[in-house]
Write a protein that binds this ligand. Structure first.
Ligand code: ADP
Ligand code: MG
Length: 249
């Protein structure tokens, strides 16, 4: 069993796309996978079209202690999802005075031993929800857009990870860095990925996720990239990445 959080406090860098499609790739390899949507924008949940009528219980109910993790999990094809809803946006404030407020997710999912992988899609900030994710997992995967300023803000993220390692979760490690939205025709993209590799060495996954329109289209069809266009660059890249993640180095 591996628990992995996909993170970057920037929005629009490919966290949700990576969580969904790495999860789908791992499930294609026969692994039992749970995706947890921990972003109040609930993009992951909506992109898989979990009907809101069925969502009277979400990860929010779990964090508030009003539901057990298993009561909230819904199946989606080959993997399972713990959905989010917009009310999660109130969680940061509402949970601010809870004792051990950073440990709520960890304690709630501790009982889910049936999964090979639990992947957590983080919100685009370093608030209480992200701290809950970092406390609940053993591995963090940082998602970077292959663009100018990709590394901007990364030292702050690393600081937060260090603080969590010291105070909340000594098992936590940075498993790897994904470079996404890569366009080989753009010099700048090549330079940025080169720079990221120079800086982080073998921490950077060999697989780079190319800019691929099918990846942007799949969510509006409520499909993973493998369901939407199995022959696309996006499907090829995410399957390769899922293999790297499964194999370790
Ligand atoms: N490799 C890619 N190629 C093309 N579009 C992508 C790619 N990865 C993500 N996108 C699109 O970019 C936008 C932001 O991606 P998303 O995964 O939602 O980022 P985040 O979760 O970090 O905010 C979405 O519209 C998504 O469909
Ligand atoms: Mg997202």
């Amino acid at each position: 069993m591996k628990k992995i959080a996909f993170t970057n406090q920037k929005g629009g860098v490919g966290k949700t796309t990576s969580t969904v499609n790495v999860g789908a790739g791992l499930s294609l390899m026969g692994k039992k996978v749970l995706l947890i949507d921990l972003d109040p924008q609930a993009n992951l949940t909506y992109s898989l079209k979990m009907r809101t009528s069925r969502l009277d219980k979400t990860v929010y109910s779990v964090l508030k202690g009003e539901a057990d993790a298993r009561d909230v999990i819904v199946p989606h094809g080959d993997f399972d999802l713990m959905p989010a809803s917009l009310e999660l946006s109130g969680a940061e404030l509402e949970l601010a005075n809870e004792p051990a407020r950073e440990c709520l997710l960890r304690d709630a999912i501790d009982v889910l031993y049936e999964y090979d992988y639990i992947l957590v899609d983080c919100p685009p900030n370093l608030g209480l929800l992200t701290l809950n994710a970092f406390t609940a997992v053993e591995e963090v995967i940082i998602v970077l857009q292959s663009e100018y300023l990709a590394l901007h803000g990364l030292s702050k993220l690393m600081n937060v990870i260090e603080v969590v390692q010291k105070r909340l979760n000594s098992n936590l490690e940075v498993r790897g860095i994904i470079c996404t939205l890569y366009d080989n025709r753009k010099n700048l993209n090549r330079e940025v990925v080169g720079h990221i590799r120079e800086h982080f060495g073998s921490k950077v996954f060999e697989t780079v996720i190319r800019d691929n329109v099918a990846l942007a289209e799949a969510p509006s069809h409520h499909k993973t990239i493998f369901e939407y266009d199995d022959g696309s660059h996006g499907a090829e890249d995410y399957l390769k990445l899922a293999r790297e993640i499964r194999n370790g180095y």
